[in-house]
Design a protein. Structure first.
Length: 440
C-alpha cells in the first residue's frame, strides 16, 4: 500500500549522508507514483509534488545535517496542509437547535453516521433529535429507530408516505418544541447522482436552513468519492465532509484529495460499523498514519475515552483521601481491558517495527492480568480494603484459592503499594492542573 511505498522511499533518503538534486527528484518521482496509485486526484498530486520539490531542493535542506529527515518532514508538513492543516469541528449554532443535515449516495453510511454523530454529541451533554427523512429505501426509518434506541436518542418520523421536506420541517419544529440542542436529519441517497435527488435535498436545505450540511462519502471508493464530493458541493454548498469506512482497505486517496478539490474540510471519519467507531479527523494524525509514523495521539485519545470519566474522578478523590483499595485496583484493571487487545494499542506507537511484534509474547501480559485478578478475587472484602492485615496464613489461603503461589501474592501486594504511592503523587499533580475538557 501507500504507506509501505512511502516508507521504502524514505528509507533510501534517510540512508544518504548528503542529498543531491537528483536524489530528491528520484524520491519525488516515487512519492508521485505512490500517491497516484493510492487514487489521489492527479492535479492534487501534481501541485503537491511541486510544493514539496520546491522546498526540498532549497538551501535549508541541502545544508542540513540530516537532509533525508528534512525532506520527510517537508512531505509531512505539506500533506497536513493539503488535508486542511488542522481539525475542523462541528459548528454549533448560537441559536438552538443546531440543524445538521446529512447527505450522500446510498450505502455511503449516512444512517449509521447520523447515530454515530448523535452518540458523539451526547457525550458533550447535547440533547439530540434524529429525523428519519429517507422514505425511499425499504426499512430506512426502522434502521434509524433501532440505532436511536441503542443510544437512547429519540427518532422523529412521519412514516414513509410523507414528503421528505415536510418530515424535515416538522422534525425541526419538534426539536424546537422539545428544546433539543441538535437535530440530525438523515436523508435519502441514490446509487448515482441524479437531478431528482439533488432537487429534493436542495428543497430540504432551503426549508430547514441547516447550520451544517455534511456530505457522507465512502472512502473505499477512492477517486469516485472525490468526484461525488465535488458534485454535491456544487449543488448543495456543503459545509464539510465525513469519510466513512476508513477502517477498510482504503487506499487513502479520498482522505488526501477531498479538501484540496472541494475546499471543504473533512470533519469526521467513520472507522467501523459500531456506533462508537467515529473519530474526529485530524489532518496531522492522518498524515502520520499515511506516512507510517504511527499515531501516538490517537492512542492517547483512545485511552482517555475508554476510561470512564466519572470513575476516574471517583478514583482521584479516593486517592486524595488515601482510600484507594485493592478493589479499586481491580476495577482499574478492568477499565484497561476495555481498551482492547494490547497488540492493537502497541501497533499505534510510532517508529515501532511491527513486523517483530509477533515474536513478543503479549499474551504473557494478559495472563499476568488474569493472575492478579484471581488473587484479588480470592481475598475477603476486609483484606481488599486493608491489605496490611494479610499475614502469612492469609497469604497461604489466598494463594491456594487463586491457584497461585505465596510469591505471586507478595508480588501483587508490593506492586499495589507502589502503585498506590505513585498514583497519590499523580493525583496531587492533577489537582493542580486545570482539566481541559472537550468543547465545541
Ligand atoms: P446509507 O445508505 O448512506 O444510510 O448507509 P448506511 O448507514 O445504511 O450504511 C451502509 C453500510 O455501511 C452498513 O452496512 C453499515 O454498517 C456500513 N458502514 C457504515 N459506516 C461504516 C464504517 O465506517 N466502516 C465500516 N466498515 N462499515 C460502515
Ligand atoms: Mg440510510
Amino acid at each position: 500500500g501507500l504507506t509501505h511505498k512511502l516508507q521504502e522511499t524514505f528509507k533510501k533518503l534517510r540512508g544518504k549522508g548528503k542529498l543531491t538534486e537528483k536524489d530528491v527528484k528520484e524520491a519525488m518521482r516515487e512519492v508521485k507514483l505512490a500517491l497516484l496509485e493510492a487514487d489521489v486526484n492527479y492535479k492534487v498530486v501534481k501541485d503537491f509534488i511541486n510544493s514539496v520539490s520546491q522546498r526540498a531542493v532549497g538551501q535549508e535542506v541541502m545544508e542540513s545535517l540530516t537532509p533525508g529527515q528534512h525532506v520527510i518532514k517537508i512531505v509531512n508538513e505539506e500533506l497536513i496542509m493539503l488535508m486542511g492543516g488542522r481539525e475542523s469541528k462541528i459548528n454549533i449554532s448560537p441559536k438552538p437547535p443546531t440543524v445538521i443535515m446529512l447527505v450522500g449516495l446510498q450505502g455511503a453510511g449516512k444512517t449509521t453516521m447520523a447515530a454515530k454523530l448523535a452518540l458523539h454529541l451526547k457525550k458533550s451533554n447535547k440533547s439530540i433529535l434524529l429525523v428519519a427523512a429517507d422514505v425511499y429505501r425499504p426499512a430506512a426509518i426502522k434502521q434509524l429507530q433501532i440505532l436511536g434506541g441503542q443510544i437512547d436518542v429519540p427518532v422523529f418520523t412521519l412514516g414513509d408516505r410523507a414528503n421528505p421536506v415536510d418530515i424535515a420541517k416538522a422534525g425541526v419544529e419538534n426539536a424546537k418544541k422539545n428544546a433539543k440542542d441538535v437535530v440530525i436529519i438523515d436523508t435519502a441517497g441514490r446509487l448515482h447522482i441524479d437531478q431528482e435527488l439533488m432537487e429534493e435535498l436542495q428543497n430540504i436545505k432551503s426549508e430547514v436552513e441547516p447550520f451544517e450540511t455534511l456530505l457522507v462519502v465512502d472512502a473505499m471508493t477512492g477517486q469516485d468519492a472525490v468526484n461525488v464530493a465535488q458534485s454535491f458541493n456544487e449543488k448543495l454548498d456543503i459545509t464539510g465532509v465525513i469519510l466513512t469506512k476508513l477502517d477498510g482497505d482504503t487506499r487513502g486517496g479520498a482522505a488526501i484529495s477531498v479538501k484540496a478539490v472541494t475546499g471543504k474540510p473533512i470533519k469526521f471519519a467513520g472507522v467501523g460499523e459500531k456506533l462508537s467507531d467515529l473519530e474526529i479527523f485530524y489532518p496531522d494524525r492522518m498524515a502520520s498514519r499515511i506516512l507510517g509514523m504511527g499515531d501516538i495521539l490517537s492512542l492517547i485519545e483512545k485511552a482517555q475515552q475508554t476510561i470512564d470519566e466519572k470513575k476516574a474522578l471517583e478514583m482521584q478523590q479516593k486517592l486524595e483521601k488515601h482510600e484507594f483499595t485493592l478493589e479499586d485496583f481491580l476495577d482499574q484493571m478492568s477499565q484497561m481491558k476495555k481498551m482492547g487487545p494490547l497488540k492493537d494499542l502497541i501497533k499505534m506507537i510510532p517508529g515501532l517495527d511491527t513486523s517483530k511484534l509477533d515474536d513478543i509474547d503479549l499474551n504473557e501480559n494478559e495472563k499476568e492480568m488474569a493472575r492478579i485478578e484471581a488473587i484479588i478475587k480470592s481475598m475477603t472484602k476486609e483484606e481488599r480494603k486493608n491489605p496490611s492485615i494479610i499475614n502469612s496464613s492469609r497469604k497461604k489461603r489466598i494463594a491456594k484459592g487463586s491457584g497461585t503461589t505465596i510469591q505471586d501474592v507478595n508480588k501483587l501486594l508490593s506492586n499495589f503499594e507502589q502503585a498506590r504511592k505513585m498514583m497519590k503523587q499523580f493525583a496531587d499533580m492533577q489537582k493542580h492542573m486545570k482539566k481541559g475538557k472537550f468543547k465545541f
